[in-house]
Design a protein around this ligand. Structure first.
Ligand SMILES: Cc1cc2nc3c(=O)[nH]c(=O)nc-3n(C[C@H](O)[C@H](O)[C@H](O)COP(=O)(O)O)c2cc1C
Length: 394
């Protein structure tokens, strides 16, 4: 393994090893799959769909635990959950704000799962959270899970969330600079053999800080979700996986046109840092046995569009770049369905679209469903076998 010093490294360490560098790590093993397969858990009310069509989807622990156990039994590689700190009432309607905490939900899942990677979305700037806290908590979860726990690093794009923590929203690119400082120090704590002192731009300091045990495989998996230049540059330097969206609208035709250049750009940015990065996308899968049944299901979700949450995830004064292409392109129909892109059709048509996404440079599919429990079961029975036939899964 060649170690290179990243430009502008804050803590003066060589490039930190990735769990991908350890062939026995759960992440390295998952990378043997032609396409990584993930589930985006609905630990928040409403999941991703602004629709009141009756469904089982539930933010509570038993529901999400059972989904993860099912996903693990189907051979999924990873699960994620989002993190939000919304004001009272959430985005309104079905997105009423009830949500489990992503970090703690994944922590609980370490103890009831065996093989699947568990990625906690964490706002590292809120609090402020001290990197020594997260280094210790992360090392603990890494050991409990046998190297299966990771972080989806988020900087917080909604003004109301920063305000809830008692300050005005930190400027977009500065958030990434502060997050870089946090992540470099975190990695230093996870890998360094000596006590470590640090004073930087953040409000926290370290004085002879040390964490042991060290993570099992270098450090936990690092992911970030972004669409901006600053976020991509951050991903290129620190992340193993970057969670991307279609730079255009969420319909499949628009996404497949724009994704190849976007995915190539992200991977090239990492290569320029001497690193490899994988792209992960979040399709909302709407599928039934026949085209007619699929259309009826899709139309029913849209017919129950929840007008109490007209803008869904786009509200509450976000400055995210990731969904900018979206605002003028996606109508309320699309928000009733949700997800970052729509993959709609019969099992065969879904797999054709997955194949096209892989060709477009997508390394991982992080799936969402409208009605998670039955739709995941349908996916396991009807779609997954076809993914195997198509060479997308071993
Ligand atoms: C697929 C995806 C998932 C995300 N999940 C979360 C999340 O759970 N919580 C959150 O606060 N932000 C989330 N974000 C927002 C990003 O973390 C980021 O703040 C936002 O995209 C703004 O950064 P950007 O301008 O670099 O895109 C997500 C973004 C994407 C693309």
């Amino acid at each position: 393994m060649t170690l290179t010093r990243p430009a502008g490294s804050l803590v003066g360490l060589d490039r930190f090893a990735s769990p991908a560098d350890f062939p026995d790590s759960p992440y390295a093993q998952a990378l043997r799959q032609p396409v990584l397969l993930g589930l985006f858990l609905p630990i928040q009310a409403g999941g991703w769909s602004a629709s009141t069509l009756p469904r089982t989807t539930d933010w509570r622990w038993p529901y999400n635990r059972d989904l993860v156990l099912k996903a693990e039994s189907l051979g999924f590689d990873l699960v994620f959950a989002l993190s939000q700190w919304l004001p009272k009432g959430g985005y309104g309607g079905v997105f009423d704000g009830h949500a489990l905490d992503s970090f703690q939900t994944m922590a609980a899942l370490t103890a009831v799962t065996q093989r699947i990677l568990l990625v906690s979305t964490i706002h590292v700037l809120y609090g402020p959270l001290h990197p020594l806290h997260l280094a210790k908590w992360g090392a603990t979860l890494d050991h409990i899970s046998g190297g299966r726990w990771g972080i989806n690093v988020v900087t917080g794009h909604r003004a109301v969330e920063h305000e809830a923590f008692g300050w005005d929203r930190i400027e977009h690119d500065r958030r990434y600079a502060l997050t870089a400082e946090f992540i470099e120090v975190l990695q230093r704590l996870w890998t360094g053999d000596e006590p470590f002192s640090f004073e930087g731009e953040s409000s926290w300091r370290l004085n002879n800080a040390f964490v042991t045990p060290k993570p099992v495989y270098g450090r936990p998996l690092l992911v970030n979700a972004t669409g901006s230049d600053a976020g991509i540059s951050f991903a290129a330097r620190y992340s193993d996986v970057v969670f991307i969206t279609s730079p255009g609208a969420s319909d499949f035709a628009s996404a497949i046109e724009l994704l190849p250049a976007h995915a190539a750009r992200v991977k090239q940015a990492a290569r320029e840092q001497g690193r490899e990065i994988r792209t992960l996308l979040n399709p909302m899968v709407v599928s039934r046995e026949t085209e007619q049944e699929t259309r009826a299901y899709y139309d029913a979700i849209v017919a129950h569009q929840d007008v109490r949450t007209p803008d869904g995830f786009h509200t509450l004064n976000s400055d995210a770049h990731a969904w900018r292409g979206r605002a003028g392109l996606d109508g309320a129909n699309r928000r009733a369905i949700g997800g970052n892109i729509e993959v709609v059709g019969t099992p065969e048509q879904v797999v054709e679209q997955f194949v096209a996404l892989k060709r477009a440079g997508i390394d991982g599919l992080q799936l969402s469903f409208f009605d998670f429990k039955p739709d995941l079961a349908f996916f396991g029975d009807r779609i997954l076998p076809l993914m195997k036939q198509a060479g997308l899964r071993l």
